[in-house]
Design a protein around this ligand. Structure first.
Ligand code: SF4
Length: 342
């Protein structure tokens, strides 16, 4: 599997700032555990210094990221103020660039002119779906054509890494529609994607629908199976998936925040474990010799993925193929997606 780009990211939350309204699934204040005010200059400086103090030397690239709101939906004055706080960090080479997430319908010539003088390196768009019906049911307030146009405008700038965020399990979505979203995203040629399962977050409009029985969240198994298909599709098309599932936090671990839906702090690991489980099962099925003793070999980086959480994959394979003894070994010369079965 192609290694994902992983800069050291210093997050600055701007929950719901710049949002034209509340999307159906969203309650950033609950997710980020922050109050909602745009951080002051002092707050920004202290967050950056705090994170820089525990950055490991091995992490080459450092970016400060404005998350949790609609960055280019802020007023021009607010955008200038936030970006200006970070210019000196870039000039002194303490950070390498700035990134932010924003809605597709906020990318236009005026806003691109506004940010052009600043050292912005990465822009992430909250695409969520490439199906107008799903976007409408999710109260996004933009259309697929806005995303297509936004990506085209950003690509014309030739200076930004472009990340597209999509969601699974949105109202009106299903496996076929979700895979079609992924195919349309691939056609846009982003530099990377993030995939977020829809969760029912307290005090979001979706929580209301869920409580009335009008929304059924994905089960964990459905979600992992769908994420696996999406991941493999992006991988096949050489697009990095830099995250699957929301970043774990105390707020998300609190059941009064996530009312329902497929939340797990190690969602990405679960998806990779499923990929390795299926790859090993396929190889064992193809094996001609008896299955009394089987040895699986993977790259050392994939040992825990092959095992699965609580060695679930090992137990499953033993049961499925009636294996008495299943050994797991590593070999650093193997490729990152290889599973060798002996
Ligand atoms: S999903 Fe994005 S645009 Fe919608 S309310 Fe949340 S932060 Fe704002």
């Amino acid at each position: 599997m192609k290694p994902a780009l992983k800069p050291f990211i210093i997050p600055i939350f701007i929950p719901h700032s710049g949002c034209p309204h509340q999307c159906i699934f969203c309650n950033q204040r609950a997710i980020t555990g922050t109050s909602g005010a745009i951080p002051s200059a002092n707050e920004i400086h202290s967050i950056v210094h705090e994170f820089l103090a525990y950055k490991r030397k091995s992490r080459s690239r450092t970016e400060v990221s404005f998350f949790g709101g609609n960055f280019l939906g802020l007023t021009p004055g607010q955008i200038h103020r936030l970006l200006n706080q970070l210019v000196s960090f870039v000039e002194s080479k303490k950070i390498d660039g700035i990134r932010f997430s924003t809605r597709p319908d906020t990318i236009d010539e005026d806003r691109l002119n506004l940010i052009r003088p600043y050292p912005v390196s990465t822009i992430e768009l909250g695409v969520q779906s490439m199906d107008d019906r799903v976007l409408k049911l999710s109260l996004r307030g933009h259309f697929v054509k806005d995303t297509v146009q936004a990506v085209s405008l950003l690509q014309q700038e030739k200076k930004y890494q472009i990340g597209l965020q999509m969601m699974t399990g949105l109202p009106g979505d299903n496996d076929a529609v979700c895979l079609d979203t992924a195919r349309q995203i691939i056609a846009l040629k982003p530099d990377f994607v993030r995939i977020y399962p829809t969760l029912v977050i307290a005090d979001s409009p979706l929580a209301n629908l869920y409580q009335k029985g009008k929304y059924r969240p994905q089960s964990m198994d459905e979600c992992v199976a769908q994420l696996k298909k999406l991941y493999l599709l992006f991988q096949e098309n050489q697009i990095d998936v830099i995250r699957m599932g929301l970043q774990a936090s105390d707020d998300l671990d609190d059941s009064s925040t996530v009312l329902a839906g497929p939340y797990h702090p190690a969602m990405g690991h679960m998806v990779f474990s499923k990929i390795f489980l299926d790859a090993a099962a396929k190889k064992i099925r193809e094996k001609t010799s008896p299955n009394d003793a089987v040895t699986l070999t993977v790259h050392p980086r994939n040992l825990s993925r092959m095992q699965g959480l609580n060695k679930k994959n090992i137990v499953a394979l033993k049961q499925l193929f009636d294996i008495q003894k299943l050994n797991l070994t590593t070999d650093a010369s193997l490729g990152s997606s290889d599973v060798v079965v002996n």
